[in-house]
Design a protein around this ligand. Structure first.
Ligand SMILES: Nc1ncnc2c1ncn2[C@@H]1O[C@H](COP(=O)(O)OP(=O)(O)OP(=O)(O)O)[C@@H](O)[C@H]1O
Ligand SMILES: [Mg+2]
Ligand SMILES: [Zn+2]
Length: 330
């Protein structure tokens, strides 16, 4: 048997005093019908216990006896689908820090140098180079009295967010405003010679976000997109090889090609020594797992038990598991 992280005697919500072992250094998929207890086990117990242990803070974990195997880990990263920013001032580029080397690149162009423009002038979040009429938003909010507010394009910068002198500066023929309108894939190509920018943008294409506009406000990203932006950001950090990644429903509505991409990324994390637990229904992900844990048999009081544990081949032979039945039909 592998080294494992084991949650013993979990009783929170509908969990029936279950003991679950997560093999280390494997891609583990936790399945089960809605309400079977997946989030209770992984988020309300394991994630909170790990948070207390590694960061000494947060809510106490839900009812369980013990967790063993901490020696295999030095941190936990949980990626849920909550929003990454509450203001239009944040976007995928700022959140992942891709925008800093991009601004730096503009500041290093001869035109910028001649005009004394620094990286700060290419920010729409600080005064200096941004349009002050809209404070870099590109839009103005018009109060319509008794009607909902309306967003209109800023008449001063025509939606470009920046002052004229900043827009006179180009890198390979593009202004900073053009760059914010580009897709992540296009931007990754434009900054191919700027590793700090290129590598972070490439990580976002790796998780299937190449189509996103660089400047799209974080508030407008879907839950699944926000989760993948977080994953890209985590991937850019130095890996410890002893991290436990917990992902709740990461491939909701993803294009099959993007699921394949995401799986490659997750397998890469495992190959680097980390452990990954994905909470998921999607059969593509299930078949690709190293190890399955199936909760059920159903939701609520009729759930909360371990129905099957093992490799996908082993679980496929278990007729009492819905996941096993599905795997058999494939
Ligand atoms: N805070 C809570 N208080 C009481 N019961 C809860 C609480 N949170 C969840 N439950 C119940 O515990 C059971 C398991 O819920 P849980 O969220 O763990 O399911 P899940 O497997 O993650 O489902 P889904 O696939 O829909 O996310 C459900 O019956 C749910 O109603
Ligand atoms: Mg859940
Ligand atoms: Zn403006």
């Amino acid at each position: 048997m592998h080294n494992t992280i084991t949650v013993k005697g979990a009783r929170l919500h509908n969990l029936k005093n279950v003991t679950v072992s997560i093999p280390k250094n494997q891609l583990v998929v936790l399945t089960g019908l809605s309400g079977s207890g997946k989030s209770s086990l992984m988020l309300d117990i394991l994630d909170r216990a790990a948070r207390q242990r590694f960061y000494g803070a947060g809510d106490p974990p839900g009812d369980h006896l013990a967790i063993t195997g901490w020696e295999h880990l030095d941190k936990v990263i949980t990626l849920d689908q909550s929003a990454i920013g509450r203001t239009t001032r944040s976007n995928a580029a700022t959140y992942t820090d891709s925008f800093t080397p991009i601004r730096q690149t503009f500041a290093e162009t001869p035109t910028a140098q001649a005009r004394g423009l620094t990286a700060a002038h290419f920010s729409f979040n600080t005064a200096g180079g941004r349009c002050e009429r809209c404070q870099g938003a590109g839009t103005l909010t018009v109060n319509m009295h008794f009607l909902p507010d309306v967003e209109v394009r800023c008449p001063a910068c025509h939606g470009t967010r920046f002052k004229r002198e900043v827009l006179d500066v180009t890198y390979r023929g593009r202004t900073i405003s053009d760059v914010l309108e580009m897709s992540i894939t296009e931007a990754a190509a434009l900054f191919a010679n700027v590793p700090a920018a290129h590598n972070r943008l490439a990580l976002m294409t790796d998780v299937g976000l190449g189509y996103l506009k660089l400047g799209q406000p974080a508030t407008t990203l879907s839950g699944g997109e926000a989760q993948r932006v977080k994953l890209a950001k985590e991937l850019s950090r130095k890996a410890t090889g002893r991290t436990l990644y917990l992902l709740d429903e990461p491939s909701t509505g993803l294009h099959p090609a993007d699921v394949a991409h995401l799986l490659k990324v997750l397998h890469g994390l495992v190959d680097a020594g980390n452990s990954v637990v994905v909470i998921k229904h999607n059969l593509d992900v299930i078949r690709d797992a190293d190890w399955l844990i199936d909760l059920g048999p159903e939701g609520g009081d009729t759930g909360g038990d371990i129905i099957a544990e093992g490799t996908p081949e082993e679980v496929a032979r278990m007729a009492e598991s819905y996941t096993g039945q599905c795997l058999q039909k494939q």
